[in-house]
Design a protein around this ligand. Structure first.
Ligand code: MTE
Ligand code: MO
Length: 392
């Protein structure tokens, strides 16, 4: 643009910036460096809609997962223990949508990347800020999807805590996304509907994007969707492989609890504290529950658990029905050694201190001598190798 004609896009309160000398305009910065007809808004909008839906799904299910794992006090006593498969579905969706978002984001960025080489790099202060905002958005989105993907692979190669980072990056990316959608509102509206005839090239490109999304989704969703199990080629887990037909997240050896001490006792602290040996636990009324383990990392698997109802154990310690409970594992340390359970879960008849799974005594890796299994809870809270319960 000629520097003497005022830029019609510039707002009256915006400050124009001088254009750098044209001799710097080389390589991809030259006019007409990008020739594909698909670097245009309609293609971006079509992909952006799918990407937006996937990211919204990730954000909402992610918030829910956080609320369940670490509920704020005001929410704690309102979390429901039903439907029993609730978390299995929402966390399954979280990971499925996150994986689908990877090829969608790639395609979306491909349609717009020539704008990275826009000339002049910044026409005005507002334009520079807008571009900076997009840089933050793209960086937080890429990092968010990347940390999430590595998490599904149970790989934590970074020095920062995954969950908090993923949570705050999620807010940053979602906030940036909303601003981006607002800023691009008119352009999105203009290209929302198809102008006939559609480009044949675009149809082919969108077909390829759809196929990539279908492949990554169908070959990973089997880690949580039973009827897609046979296609589960790329997921890190097969939900039916492991002792008693159930995967293991962290083995007893990894947790340093390979063998429970011979004098293991369950200790229940409350108004009337007591201890029970395994034989005494087995002599109490046993109940069965068909419940899934739904790992935040994206896999889930249902099993038949049996053991003693947590509410029976608490009542025996003289706990009121409104009591929360703190459960401690034999594990020496680790983020899941201590878990707190709100009353809704503790009182649910399906919440067990499980001693058996799928008809077998618990394997050491599944939490022998005893573990917690409760409906509609993240896998991280299904504490293994339980040694103590405290009425709160
Ligand atoms: N004490 C203890 N309990 C634990 C864990 C742990 O590391 N330590 N891992 C949790 C996680 S992340 C999941 S998904 C489930 C998995 O149970 P599984 O290994 O029996 O499949 O156990 C949970 N219970
Ligand atoms: Mo997990």
């Amino acid at each position: 643009m000629d520097e003497k004609t005022p830029d019609p896009r510039r707002k009256p309160y915006d400050i124009a910036l001088p254009s750098p000398p044209d001799t710097l305009r080389r390589g991809p910065l030259r006019e007409g460096s990008f020739t594909s007809a698909l670097h245009e808004p309609r293609t971006t909008v079509v992909i952006g809609r799918w990407l937006g839906a996937a990211l919204l799904t990730c954000f909402l299910t992610g918030l829910l997962s956080h609320a369940l794992q670490e509920p704020p006090t005001w929410l704690r006593d309102h979390l429901p223990s039903r439907p029993v498969d609730g978390y299995r579905v929402t966390q399954g969706l979280h990971v499925i949508a996150g994986i689908a978002a990877i090829p969608l984001l790639g395609a979306k960025l491909w349609t717009v990347y020539p704008r990275l080489f826009e000339w002049p790099p910044a026409r005005s202060v507002l334009h520079a800020l807008e571009r900076l905002g997009i840089a933050v958005l793209v960086a937080s989105m890429l990092l968010e999807l990347f940390t999430g993907l590595l998490n599904t692979l149970q790989w934590y190669p970074w020095p920062f805590p995954f969950r908090q980072t993923h949570f705050w990056l999620g807010w940053l990316a979602t906030g940036g996304l909303l601003l981006h959608i607002a800023a691009k509102g008119p352009l999105i509206a203009e290209h929302w509907r198809r102008v006939r005839p559609g480009l044949a090239q675009r149809r082919a490109f969108l077909g390829a994007v759809t196929a990539s999304v279908a492949v990554v989704t169908l070959t990973t969703a089997g880690q949580t969707v039973p009827w897609l199990r046979r296609l589960d080629l790329l997921a890190p887990r097969r939900p039916d492989i492991g002792p008693a037909g159930l995967p293991i997240n962290r083995t007893a050896a990894q947790a340093g609890t390979t063998t429970a001490p011979a004098d293991w006792r369950l200790r229940v602290d409350g108004p009337q504290p007591y201890e029970l040996t395994m034989d005494q636990l087995l002599a109490l009324p046993q109940h069965e529950a068909h419940l899934p383990i739904s790992c935040v990392e994206g896999w889930s698997a249902a099993a038949y658990w049996s053991g003693v109802r947590v509410r029976d154990l608490l009542a025996r310690a003289g706990a009121p029905a409104s009591a929360r409970v703190r459960v401690t594992s034999l594990e020496a340390d680790g983020p899941y050694r201590v878990m707190e359970m709100p009353a809704t879960y503790a009182q649910d008849p399906l919440t067990l201190l499980a001693l058996r799974v799928n008809g077998q005594v618990l394997n050491a890796d599944h939490g022998y001598p005893a573990r917690i299994i409760a409906p509609n809870r993240p896998g991280v809270l299904q504490t293994k190798w339980v040694v103590r319960m405290e009425v709160l």
